[in-house]
Design a protein around this ligand. Structure first.
Ligand SMILES: *[C@@H]1O[C@H](CO)[C@@H](O)[C@H](O)[C@H]1NC(C)=O
Ligand SMILES: *[C@@H]1O[C@H](CO)[C@@H](O)[C@H](O)[C@H]1NC(C)=O
Length: 394
């Protein structure tokens, strides 16, 4: 009886242990045993209907004129306190000071941390989480904030709808080195292994962002890693930032997802989630696709001058054509009067009036002859007076 009771207890314990492991204990990955497709088995929210990242199909976005530019607060005021750079086995994280925040959303948000997602194959081989019209960027920066107007801290906010605001910055590869990103990339070699942490000099975080903070995509989504809470107001900037190929290669090849003590070293690569179904959601844009990008005053001036030059040019051309037509018309009349067979129009099987009208012409022809004489001597400006044709005043 005692042994049976113990057996049952053991079985129950065993069953509980295998069926309901604590979610925090689960080591999730992007591929492998607890890869992306298995996340929802351990973290139910990962199987929700408002997940991130998404593919932004620009033709299906909706312009919302109420979306004002986001305003980073204190991003440039880093003070003297160093930042902490941390390899958590999934990404490189920089914890952000609490005086950094975000305005321009319905609530005030306080910065928590920023981290990166990247690929493995170098430029043009994916790495970003969000895609635009199916196209990936090479990497993506996320700056995470919590709603400090409604919630006391990150852990309270992260489970709530409207609890978090994340800025998404798409990173592409170009010719030039981006010095702002070296503030992170230069220190990656000091956190090669999971769980390693290092203090790095503080720097102006705003230099990591694109210049144009007014054009972005906005939608309701989730954390892109377990536990995938659907608590994020996403701001994905339209403008991408550039890093060099060398910078991208460092990001892709320096870090390991394995710990120092692990016998098998595992490179930390391709730490991006595949895009999730949009379902019922709408992606809003702060800019209208039809009107194109906002124009600077210089561009406006250039366009005004261009249009004016075009109009003047068109007027000159129209005048020239009108003049030419009139000239040839007069020439034609003249040749008719002179009865020259060399006129090209006489060769054509034209349906010009037969001999009869010719007899009536001389008076008119004389007037026109004078016109021709005037035209040939006077310059273009003086020519308006003798011509009664309404076409000469465009
Ligand atoms: C966050 O706030 C909640 C609610 O006030 C509190 O219970 C919790 O201890 C706080 N957590 C941290 C990490 O400060
Ligand atoms: C996000 O969801 C809230 C409701 O919780 C809604 O008021 C808001 O308009 C949504 N925002 C977007 C961008 O869809």
């Amino acid at each position: 009886m005692d042994s049976l009771g113990l057996f049952i207890l053991l079985m129950l314990g065993c069953f509980q242990w295998t069926a309901a492991p604590a979610a925090e204990e689960i080591t999730w990955t992007y591929t492998g045993l607890v890869g992306q497709s298995e996340w929802s088995e351990y973290f139910p929210d990962c199987g929700g209907t408002s997940q991130s990242p998404i593919d932004v199909v620009t033709t299906q976005t909706k312009y919302d004129p109420s979306l004002i530019p986001v305003i980073p607060l204190g991003y440039s005021q880093h003070g003297n306190k160093p930042f902490t750079l941390y390899n958590n086995g999934h990404t490189a994280v920089i914890e952000l000071p609490e005086w950094m925040g975000l305005e321009g959303l319905p609530w005030l948000f306080t910065a928590v941390q920023m981290h990166l997602h990247w690929g493995s194959g170098g430029p043009s081989h994916g790495g970003s989480e969000h895609t635009i019209n199916g196209l990936s960027a090479d990497a993506e920066l996320h700056v995470v904030h919590y709603n400090s107007e409604l919630y006391p801290n990150m852990s309270a906010a992260m489970t709530q709808r409207d609890g978090l605001a994340v800025l998404g910055i798409l990173i592409v590869t170009g010719e030039e080195t981006n010095p702002a990103f070296n503030n992170i990339i230069n220190y990656l070699s000091r956190i090669k292994h999971a769980d390693q942490k290092v203090s790095i000099p503080a720097f102006d975080v705003q230099t990591l962002l694109p210049k144009d903070l007014g054009r972005y995509y906005r939608y309701n989504g989730s954390l892109t890693t377990p536990p995938c809470y659907q608590s994020v107001i996403w701001t994905l900037f339209h403008e991408r930032v550039q890093i060099s190929k060398a910078q991208l290669l460092k990001l892709e090849t320096i870090l390991y997802s394995s710990k120092v003590s692990d016998p098998d070293k595992m490179l930390l690569q391709d730490n991006y989630r595949t895009t999730q179904p949009l379902n019922h959601r709408v992606v809003f844009t702060s800019f209208s696709a039809e009107s194109g990008k906002e124009l600077s005053s210089g561009e406006v001036t250039a366009i005004v001058i261009g249009v004016m030059c075009g109009c003047v040019g068109l007027a000159v051309i129209v005048r020239f054509i009108v003049k030419t037509i009139r000239f040839f018309t007069l020439l034609h009349h003249e040749t008719v009067v002179v009865n020259s067979s060399t006129s090209s129009w006489d060769v054509l099987p034209s349906n010009r009036p037969a001999p009869m009208p010719r007899t009536k012409e001389p008076e008119k022809a004389k007037e026109k002859k004078q016109d021709v004489a005037l035209n040939s001597t006077s310059e273009a400006e003086k020519k308006e007076e003798p011509s009664p044709s309404p076409q000469t005043e465009p």
